[in-house]
Ligand binder design. Sequence first.
Ligand code: HEM
Length: 170
Amino acid sequence: MYSSELPQSEKSPYRMRCEAIQFVSAGTDTVSNSMHMLTYHVVEQPHILQRLRDEIRAVQPDSSQPAPLRKLEQLPYLTSVILEALRLGYGVSTRSPRSAPDRVIKYKDWEIPPGTPVGMTPVLMHQNEEKFPEPEKFNPERWVDPAERQRLDKYMVAFSKGTRQCAGIK
Ligand code: HEM
């Protein structure tokens, strides 16, 4: 940002400091929440650990050699375990307010006036038992079937959705 063509007024030390703090906190606490959720449940349920090991071993027979990221990304069970950790890990658990400054938002019978903040938290969505039966259970199985994963993607909001979704999602 500092070496970009933004006007100098956008590059004040205060602004740069805020951006740096936001980027560091957005990229560390969130990841650590998901990682500790994943580690705990995988270790706590040995059948998950075993299946994960078997799958990873197939692409990384020698654990001293790193597996190519491209191959890891294609592993269905590893992906399912990560999705389940993201579902329960809550990088952001507060409401993320949004508002439409110049139009009325229609939601069912409601009309929300312009400029009214509307908030939503991943916790409400990820604990919805109609979407995720037995929501407290760490169950990677719910993501394994590709068609089911695609259907559930709509309800996976760990990174939020839309134009202000997580910049670090990849
Ligand atoms: C498991 C990991 C992560 C989760 C669950 C997560 C979650 C989120 C969520 C929910 C938001 C939207 C917040 C809002 O509604 O205001 C967000 C925004 C953001 N995230 Fe992440 N995040 C993760 C990792 C990262 C990483 C690794 C980075 C950077 C290295 C990052 C950078 C950002 C930034 C810069 C924004 C603000 C985007 C904007 O306002 O346009 N995040 N993240």
